[in-house]
Design a protein around this ligand. Structure first.
Ligand code: COA
Length: 553
């Protein structure tokens, strides 16, 4: 079918849906919801059989939903209506939730139901639920709805309008009362507002939005008091414990739109005691090592998959430490939501000199890549349970084996960030995996790639359910041929090194990056500025709007 996505952004859910539908042979094109005239133009150009709105913030123009089948993906169960569906579900401690695919009509979320799916709620942030449970349920429901339209004869069920419409969840309802709220309440409030809009709060007389909170049971203090810091995060006391907050967005000013950044780059934490990780009790650990059956697992669930200079350095230290253990295999687990999205663009944007910080950050991530690439003692596996983008994908390729769960979406290209050239030894790693023609296709196409397609094209080794990672790693670690595999790996690396040293690849990549950061063309700085501040776009990029690429079809 010809399916037009009308969407606010090409976000993770939209990307996954794009991958799933195109894999099934549908012709999918995308138009951002910019204004009604442009939407009408897209419909005329593409003549879609179905319009799907995976992530829409405004109503579809009446003349469009009157004349075309328009399916709205609503992140709520049957009967739920309103713009803050997931936020309310978290705030009200729902135990089960779901996604409903509704036909657009004159009233928000009130159209007939084409399909739906439910899931058990997990104690997690809104964005984490959105990236995992909501996305999974939405894929199932949209595929079902499309199937029903294709087959014909299905009569959609009426929406249950007896359930009250839930309005936008405003900051007054989200606010934390530090003198009265316990840890559970504080976490619930921050989770319900993460990654957008955050919970507005006052710290030291200034207004910030809070993001990414974690419980702490080993520390206590006067409720509301900042009682510790660790890396870039701070710890604030609640009535029965404390919470760690890792990211803040200072309030916008009339002159400046604000953006999210590591908390220590927004707050003065001088004099706040540094709290080591091993204090006992439940605490926030950004990097965690675990061992089982001769395999080491390194978890690094960095917020939004963004890796700052400091995070890369700490991960490198933890990685090198994991390679001193009496194991044969190290699995790089990343986080459950993202494996990695490369350099921390928020930390870079907030730095005194973004160009200098970009340089430090890319070198730190390159050092980490180098450490993985030159490991002789262990076999390494990148196990992707969450998406990866830009430098994060190439960091994954530094391991000996790369596996990704079937739901994972990869964005192995840098161009969207102001034509960034990229580093992470991609000029060495990518051709080795996909050949020169594959490189041109992947880097030039700029489209998301599903894990199974990535395995088919050789970008990764295998599409593997997350639950099978440990079995995969243990089979490798306990296999009789592990010594041979390690020897073969050392051999192949030294042959490659003799042919062209890693240092040369890095030098050439960084020459391009130096120009991106310090050169005459400001594209990367402008793209990063807009990305971090979520500047609305004025048109849909042609690489996703196939209906606007005249003469190509
Ligand atoms: N640095 C800082 N923040 C990042 C980030 C990065 N490298 N990559 C993603 N994020 C943040 C986004 O700002 C967004 O923040 P939010 O919590 O305020 O919503 C969040 O992570 C999710 O990103 P989003 O773009 O909404 O996710 P997605 O799954 O729809 O798209 C990517 C994933 C990877 C395509 C997209 O995030 C991207 O292009 N990231 C930049 C990658 C990059 O250029 N890295 C630097 C070069 S190595």
């Amino acid at each position: 079918m010809r399916i037009l996505f009308l969407t606010h952004a090409f976000n993770s859910l939209t990307q996954r849906l794009f991958v799933e539908l195109t894999t099934r042979g549908h012709d999918v094109s995308i138009e951002f919801d910019i204004n009604d005239t442009i939407t009408r133009e897209a419909v005329t150009l593409f003549r879609p059989e179905v319009i799907v709105a995976p992530y829409l913030r405004r109503a579809i123009p009446e003349d469009i939903w009157q004349n075309h089948a328009c399916l709205i993906v609503h992140p709520g169960i049957k009967g739920d209506r309103g713009p803050s569906a997931l936020d309310w579900a978290i705030m009200e401690d729902e135990t089960d939730w779901g996604v409903t695919v509704l036909q657009a009509n004159a009233e928000m979320d009130a159209g007939d139901i084409w399909a739906g799916d439910t899931f058990a709620m997990r104690t997690a942030s809104k964005s984490s639920l959105y990236r995992r449970e909501v996305t999974g349920a939405a894929i199932k429901a949209v595929l079902e709805a499309i199937g029903r339209i294709e087959a014909g004869g299905f009569v959609p069920e009426a929406q249950d309008l007896s359930v009250a419409f839930r309005p936008l969840l405003k900051q007054e309802k989200r606010a934390i009362d530090w003198a009265a709220d316990d840890t559970r309440t504080v976490l619930r409030r921050i989770c319900a507002a993460d990654g957008f809009p955050g919970v507005d709060d006052m710290i030291g007389g200034k207004r910030y939005a809070l993001f990414d909170a974690h419980p702490e049971t080993g520390l206590k203090g006067a409720p509301g008091e900042i009682i510790g810091r660790r890396h870039h995060a701070f710890c604030r006391a609640t009535t029965d414990g404390a919470v760690w907050v890792t990211h803040l967005k200072p309030a916008a000013t009339p002159e400046e739109r604000s953006f999210k950044r590591p908390a220590s780059m927004a707050l003065d934490l001088d004099g706040v005691p540094e709290i080591p990780e091993g204090i006992g009790g439940e605490t926030w650990r950004e990097i965690r090592y675990a061992e089982e059956g001769g395999v080491g697992y390194l978890h690094f669930p960095f917020y939004n998959g963004a890796m700052s200079t400091d995070q890369c350095k700490r991960l490198q230290t933890a990685y090198l430490e994991s390679c001193t253990k009496d194991t044969r295999v190290v699995v790089l687990m990343g986080g459950g939501d993202f494996w990695s999205n490369g350099m921390h663009l928020g930390a870079i944007e907030a730095a005194e000199s973004p160009a200098e910080e970009s340089w430090k950050n890319i070198n730190a991530i390159d050092d980490l890549c180098h450490a993985i690439l030159t490991t002789e003692s262990h076999l390494t596996i990148s196990a992707l349970r969450g998406n990866a983008g830009a430098g994060g994908v190439f960091l994954a390729l530094a391991a000996d084996r790369i596996v990704a769960a079937p739901h994972v979406v990869l964005n192995p290209h840098y161009k969207n960030m102001g034509n960034l050239y990229g580093s992470e030894y991609w000029t060495y790693l990518l051709p080795k995996r996909v050949g020169e023609s594959g490189v041109a296709r992947i880097m030039g196409r700029r489209l998301p790639i599903g894990a199974c397609e990535a395995a088919r094209m050789g970008l990764i080794d295998e599409c593997l359910e997350a639950g099978k990672i440990s079995q995969y790693a243990q089979t490798l670690a306990t296999g009789k041929n592990i010594t041979d595999l390690l020897a073969a790996k050392r051999n192949s690396r030294s042959k490659d090194e003799a042919q062209k040293p890693l240092a040369e690849y890095r030098k050439a990549e960084l020459e391009h990056m130096r120009l991106n950061f310090f050169g005459f063309d400001p594209s990367y700085h402008i793209a990063r500025y807009n990305f971090m501040r979520k500047t609305p776009v004025s048109r849909t990029p042609l690489f996703i709007a196939s209906h606007r690429r005249k003469g190509e079809k």
